[in-house]
Design a protein around this ligand. Structure first.
Ligand SMILES: Nc1ncnc2c1ncn2[C@@H]1O[C@H](COP(=O)(O)OP(=O)(O)OP(=O)(O)O)[C@@H](O)[C@H]1O
Ligand SMILES: [Mg+2]
Length: 503
């Protein structure tokens, strides 16, 4: 990004919008660029409290009468020397006609001068009048190199011992995804907790990071103990995932493989979509971050929702390689289809920014999305090339049902030889994985209440007492199947098996 900013400034772009909440870091980066230019440029910073102050000067050394945004911009227009002018948090004022107008005047007057305005703010807000003139850049979170400096400062300060290369890398990797201030804070916390900072403190840092990420409320770190073997059936899907276990390694890049982008799992409720997404994290050894779309939406302020999404994606990218898990995608973007303008178009804008991000992302963030109402999904998601693959998870086949019974019984009892899995499978035609699990649990309650061990007959009784969703919602399930058969790849063993299934 620094590179890109440098180029934009040298190419005399008049107006750059830098989205960041890390003002200090971003100012330093701009100052470094300004000094590397020939001729060097002065850097000025405007805030609504102090007006314009030259970078590095005390706050009271302010230019007269530059507190109001228009006055500040007028002052900038009058400057003859080359310079970079940072306007911090202009976003609440930017829509005012006078502000927008004076920015346009500034842009027009900058032709042939070496002057650049940088708008710096944690959220992006650009009036239509300026959309064509402004370049928006995201200021990324610190990379390994920058975190290394933070770590070195920390070690100097505490006069810590030298770290081995591996220990250093682990400590740096653990802090990826944090801002510079946060990284400083977690290193300090680890130091204070155990009196040192070594490889053994990595867990402290990771758990701090999880808390920090949770606090921003949109991304959630998910830890799943279950392995992919806890998922019954879905052999095709599992094979696909297993084949890609090492897809994010250096070795795969050297081999010439492209980075997987993402997958969409469509399917009938309760058949293991969420479960398989969660277990992929262990299979691939990558962190799993759940993006809660419901929390992205924030009507309190124009642009807030976009800022939320942007921040969440930025965090995911900085932790990458990682899996970004979006459960129930159909619910997240429901508002963006059809003519629902009820939220002032926010959901379609969010949807648009998400698609753009997916399209353009270079970082190894694998998107794993699930959905069960295809008709609610905007068509753009389903277009070829958006996801590497779209899988359809149907109701389990008889063999898959046996497998699921076996998994859930083994989870609860050591010896399951007294159960006739084939019979259970036959009797539970039309059941989802979740319903199979529920039948076992119901049987256990029944027997437990009578103070005895549960049996085959208890499970059969529970099965008989259940009216599966596939029957109560037969129409929806059939419609989904018909739709998916043509457009998605079956997650189970083979297509032939589905075609045999009728109900
Ligand atoms: N194929 C399966 N193998 C083993 N267990 C399963 C399977 N399918 C479902 N289950 C059980 O049912 C639970 C619910 O499944 P899950 O949440 O993955 O369903 P889903 O497909 O995401 O449903 P929804 O569309 O309602 O979100 C799982 O946690 C698991 O215990
Ligand atoms: Mg689910």
């Amino acid at each position: 990004m620094q590179e890109e900013l440098n180029i934009l400034i040298q190419a005399q772009y008049p107006l750059i919008y830098l989205v960041t909440s890390e003002e200090e870091r971003a100012e330093q980066a701009i100052f470094t660029i300004a000094q590397s230019l020939k001729p060097q440029r002065r850097v000025y910073v405007w805030t609504v409290t102090h007006g314009i102050v030259e970078y590095g000067q005390p706050r009271n050394v302010t230019q007269h009468n530059t507190v109001s945004p228009e006055a500040a911009i007028e002052w900038i227009i009058r400057q003859r020397e080359p310079g970079i002018f940072i306007l911090k948090d202009l976003h609440p004022f930017i829509d005012a006609p006078a502000t927008t107008r004076s920015l346009r005047d500034a842009i027009a007057s900058f032709k042939g001068t070496q002057k650049t305005i940088v708008l710096m703010s944690p959220m992006q807000q650009v009036p239509i009048e300026l959309e064509k003139e402004v370049v928006v850049l995201d200021f990324p979170l610190p990379d390994m190199g920058e975190l290394n400096k933070v770590l070195n400062n920390h070690i100097d300060h505490y006069r810590g011992r030298r770290l081995t290369t591996e220990a250093r890398e682990k400590l740096l990797r653990a802090a990826l995804g944090l801002t510079r201030d946060e990284a400083e804070k977690v290193y300090r916390k680890a130091q204070v907790t155990t009196g040192r900072l070594s490889e053994e403190e990595v867990d402290i840092i990771l758990s701090e990071k999880k808390q920090l990420i949770r606090r921003n409320g949109i991304l959630e770190y998910i830890e799943e103990d279950a392995t992919i073997d806890a998922v019954g059936g879905l052999e095709e899907l599992k094979k696909w995932l297993k084949q890609r276990s090492n897809a994010f390694t250096e070795r795969a890049r050297e081999y010439g493989l492209p980075q997987p982008k993402g997958m969409l799992i469509l399917g009938v409720p309760g058949c293991g979509k969420s479960l398989i997404a969660k277990t992929t994290s262990r299979l691939w050894g990558l962190p799993l971050l759940r993006l809660d779309m419901g929390r992205v939406y924030d009507g309190s302020m124009v642009g807030r929702s976009e800022a939320n999404l942007r921040n969440a994606l930025k965090t995911a990218e900085s932790i990458s390689p990682a899996i970004l898990f979006i459960d129930e995608l159909d619910k997240s973007f429901a508002g963006s289809t059809g003519s629902s303008d009820s939220d002032g178009g926010t959901s379609s804008r969010i949807f648009g920014s998400f698609l753009t991000w997916m399209q353009e992302k270079k970082s190894p963030v694998f998107v794993m999305a699930t959905a069960n109402r295809v008709e609610r999904l905007p068509g753009e998601f389903l277009r070829k090339g958006r996801f590497d693959e779209i899988f359809f998870v149907d109701l389990p086949t008889p063999e898959e049902r046996q497998d699921i019974f076996k998994i859930h019984l083994s989870k609860r009892r050591k010896d399951i030889s007294r159960f006739d899995l084939e019979q259970l499978s036959k009797m539970s035609d039309g059941f989802s994985g979740a319903e199979i699990e529920q039948a076992i649990v119901a049987a256990m309650y029944e027997a437990f209440a009578q103070d005895r061990e549960f049996t085959q007959l208890d499970i059969i009784a529970a099965i008989k007492a259940t009216l599966p969703l596939s029957r109560t919602m037969q129409e929806q399930v059939t419609a989904l199947r018909d739709w998916a058969r043509q457009r998605a790849r079956p997650a189970a063993a083979s297509v032939a098996e589905y075609q045999r299934m009728e109900f």
